[in-house]
Design a protein around this ligand. Sequence first.
Ligand code: ADP
Ligand code: MG
Length: 440
Amino acid sequence: MSPHSSVSFESLGLPRQALDLLAKVGFQKPTPIQALAIPPALAGRDVIGCAATGTGKTAAFVLPMVERLAGKAGARALVLAPTRELALQIAVEIERFGAGRAFRATTVIGGLSLDAQAKELRHGRTAIVATPGRLVDHLERGSASLGQIDLLVLDEADRMLDMGFAPQLRRILAALPPRRQRPRQTLLFSATMAAEVTEFARGHLVDPVRVTADQSGTAAPRAEQRVYLVPQTQKPALLLALLDEDQDSTLVFTRTKRRADRLARALDQAGHAVARIHADRSQGQRRQALDGFAHGRYRVLVATDIAARGIDVADIGHVVNFDLPHVPEDYVHRIGRTARAAKSGRASSFASPEEHDLLRGIERLTRQPVPRAEVPRASPIFQAALARVAQNPLPPERSKRPQRPAGKRPHRGPAKSADRAPPSTGKPKLVGSWRPKRRR
Ligand code: ADP
Ligand code: MG
């Protein structure tokens, strides 16, 4: 039921004021999820919205929220999001579409002063945008009151549950007025419809309208995907070789904070402008990294999944899965960082032999094989980096696995064809793809 392309924001029932703001921010047409979710949300229904990352889910709930609650006193809307970055971005979107409507938001996230937030909460702005952990802190201190909430939004519900926020969510839901006392509307958004999400929705939504703009789990369609089958020890060299092929701004995912740190250092040493974000970085450091990346001060941003959740930088040209994610759904989220809205981009994944099962999991979820690309072994950059990295290997991907010390490796030496390497075309040579193997 993909909406016809002639659907306009006007036809969704949005009033003049909203249409003017949309024109001002340059949204010409609703995205499919917006076209599907806005009308029932405006009508006050509970909505479950499922759509891939980067398809405009934020405006799909912010626009109806503003329409339904603008001008009302007190904290009427509560938006829960899994990460600080995402919460901040939602707050920005609320500022955008609440402009001139006396609709403002208080952001309640970890890493910032509880007291300052408590003070802001006392102002009773129309919306509270929060990460679950921090909101529970405020509930416990008595500095947040949810007695007037009419609209609850659960953004990235799959992720919040994945991250283990179920107890906090239950605690928060228990602090809302009971429905028979104060009927409330709930909008739940998710990139994937994992079983826990469906389960959670069954318990907390009332007769929801379900809208799906994309098959659950479908990878962001505009990203050109490929995977390099490469040993763990050659990943840094491969990344350096790929970075040398173009000037695109590049977001690199590693699986651990430690690997993010080490990789960022290696890239920095190789002369790249690189920033990093992960859970051990302070709010200020993350902000600085994200801003620098968004404004082109850093070409490369190295991130772990959790920290990268809310990154919304319009022109990320290249997403690199330096390590494959443990959870296949994260692959969808990661590559959704490129090819956002009208842009297109590419996503390269590095799969070491021990990650092949993870790769199969991803292919099962997205229901398509990821094309294999050839590792540019003849590239001089690759060869030089290999030699350099051998002296300073990244920490092992899996500490349990005994690693052969770099020095004891059979010496490969630079490829003889190094100086005859074909000029890079920016496109890797594809070496075919295999179908995901069926599990016995
Ligand atoms: P999601 O939450 O689904 O991952 P976002 O709400 O973050 O996606 O939107 C992704 C990007 O698309 C943002 O930069 C947003 O400003 C932009 N966007 C959203 N809706 C539209 C639209 N109707 N037209 C153009 N750009 C849009
Ligand atoms: Mg979103």
